[in-house]
Design a protein around this ligand. Sequence first.
Ligand code: URP
Ligand code: ZN
Ligand code: ZN
Length: 464
Amino acid sequence: MSLLIQGGRVVTAVDDYHADIFVEDETVALIGRHLEVEADRTIDAAGRLVIPGGVDPHTHMDMPFGGTTSADDFETGTRAAAFGGTTTIVDFAIQTKGHSTLEGLETWHEKAAGKAGIDYGFHMIVTDMEDDRLWEMRRLADEGVTSYKMFMAYPGVLYVDDGTLFRAMRKAGEDGTLVCMHAENGIVIDEIVKIALAEGKTAPKYHALTRPTRMEAEGVHRSIAIAEVAGVPVYIVHLSCADALEQVTLARDRGAQVFAETCPQYLFLDLSHYDHDDFEGAKYVMTPPLREKWNQEHLWRGLGFGDLQSISTDHCPFCFKDQKILGIDDFSKIPNGGPGVENRMSLVYNGGVVGGRLSVNKFVELTSTAASKLFGLFPKKGTIAVGSDADIVVFNPDRRETISIDNPHTHHMRVDYNAYEGAEVQGVSEIVISRGRVVVEDNVWHGRAGGGNFLKRGLFGGPF
Ligand code: URP
Ligand code: ZN
Ligand code: ZN
């Protein structure tokens, strides 16, 4: 199968030019002006951007959490991702406490195989790491799982203590892998939660009010300090506020190997979303919580100046009616997480490029290239170049949509609300190509469950 994508404006993290792209089988074979080649199919990309498929390095499909399981599985979640222009996800496999991380990996392979419609990799969530299990980490790296996530939050669930953190970090550093951190002081936060509940404060908004930004900043500071001593690069996930960003900036300025992502929810939503007398605020119960609006300009500045390298979604949807309801009487029982995998590219293009905050190259870097470099996928993913996987999006920079659960162009996620309901965006992924196959066109799914491959990722290759 061959494809000729003709006359588009090819934009990568560093390039911006008009050219034709010839795709043969799964990869880009030729790029040039007015290519004279025979192709099985020609796509007219005049007036469109032709960009690398999005790479979302932070999703939770089919994840058991908070007494339930995230609403999208690998089939529905990756299909929704593709509709939004994302062609690669890196999801999180979980080690069950006391069990092997390799067992955890096996479980997640079973969840994804035959279901994922786009390519996917795994990070490993480490929930304990005794000395006699450290050898597993090298095995994971050999299996292409070259990054871990550890949690300073959620005591009694995913939380690890600083000793575990240090042990795992040291080994990860020796192996040339990367550690992702959920950086929040969960122990102190749990005390604040207990006080709030004892005072009868049970509504969703108290989820946010019991998680001060200082406790996120403290987690960021501590995890970076431990990583520096352990000798491992660290990647702060879902960074939500100026307080935490300051710690990243300080560390980077002294030369520490620190990287960080933020997410659309922290750029476009804010604390006021919890201001409801009813249970509506539960839709926005995620961790870290939404912050005061003024934080957003700091995050944009961090993205623009390079202290934040990537925008992921932390897609972890729970249905409002059937799942968020678990916390109707107690905010601490609301499953934490929200949907977003489908809307990331349009939101960031609109808020970033249309909003005058990001160049179009920076948009590609933040939504695709940087994550593929950090997580050992570049240049297979994250760019358009001869030999790269033909993961390509024909993106209409002028088309407008209103994001809504009721708009069939903007909501394919298996969840009963959209976190960005009513947001108007300019910039839409129209044709989505995954390894040379058109998987989305005219808002119709042409991919198939199982069409996505597991990605064995390379070791950490930075600093960049
Ligand atoms: O609320 C969130 N973020 N849920 C997903 C789990 C995590 O902490 O990333
Ligand atoms: Zn987290
Ligand atoms: Zn997450």
